[in-house]
Ligand binder design. Structure first.
Ligand code: GAR
Length: 192
């Protein structure tokens, strides 16, 4: 396999809203020689996102936008293009991107979702899986299209639901798998 150097890696922006544990795992993955991506920007809709700290720790550009209207989206698109961003990874990003934003980066936006899609699109996935007495839940990485959590699935990981699981305990076990699944999805799609 050809080794990728910084200059020919895919310039990537990671969008977050909160803790950023998936962001951290993507940053660590991006530092590996085999990684096809380099993370150039961290973008958040929330100035208080804990994950923004990783921008300081790893010296990555960060930007905060409210994503409230088309003007703010235009500003983001401008910044992304200025920085030659070719891939956007949504990682715990809790805003819905507009159709026109998605069109601007067609086929270049990935998302990680904490359920076995197509089951449980949207929010409160763990509550729903437990309430429905499912045997398994899990996580999915998929391409983003204009319909919520509905783009082409890249990979999934099943996680068994235990009898005494609460949404919190289940979320914790699924998150551990998310940290492996997202890098694996990127390798699957982009590795030479
Ligand atoms: C993750 O479980 C991710 O799958 C989920 O938010 C969490 C973020 O954790 N994303 C969604 O629910 C998107 N609809 P993190 O900030 O520690 O990566």
């Amino acid at each position: 396999m050809a080794l990728l150097t910084g200059s020919n890696k895919i310039k990537t922006a990671v969008f977050i809203s909160g803790t950023g544990s998936n962001l951290k795992s993507l940053i660590q993955f991006s530092k590996l020689k085999k990684s096809p991506i380099i993370i150039e920007m961290i973008i958040s809709n929330n100035a208080k996102s804990k994950g923004l700290e990783y921008a300081n720790i790893y010296k990555i550009k960060k930007r905060v936008f409210d994503f409230k209207n088309s003007l703010s989206e235009k500003k983001i698109i401008y910044q992304l293009k200025q920085n030659n961003i070719n891939l956007i990874c949504l990682a715990g990003f809790m805003k819905i991107l507009s159709k026109s934003f998605i069109k601007n980066f067609k086929g270049k936006i990935l998302n990680i979702h904490p359920s076995l899609l197509p089951k449980y699109k949207g929010l409160n996935t763990h509550e729903k899986a437990i309430k429905n007495k499912d045997k398994y839940s899990g996580c999915t990485v998929h391409f983003v299209n204009s319909r919520l959590d509905s783009g082409k699935i890249i990979n999934q990981k099943k996680v068994r639901i235990k009898k005494l699981d609460t949404p919190k305990t289940l979320a914790k076990r699924i998150l551990i798998q998310e940290h492996k699944l997202y890098p694996a999805a990127i390798m699957k799609v982009f590795s030479p």
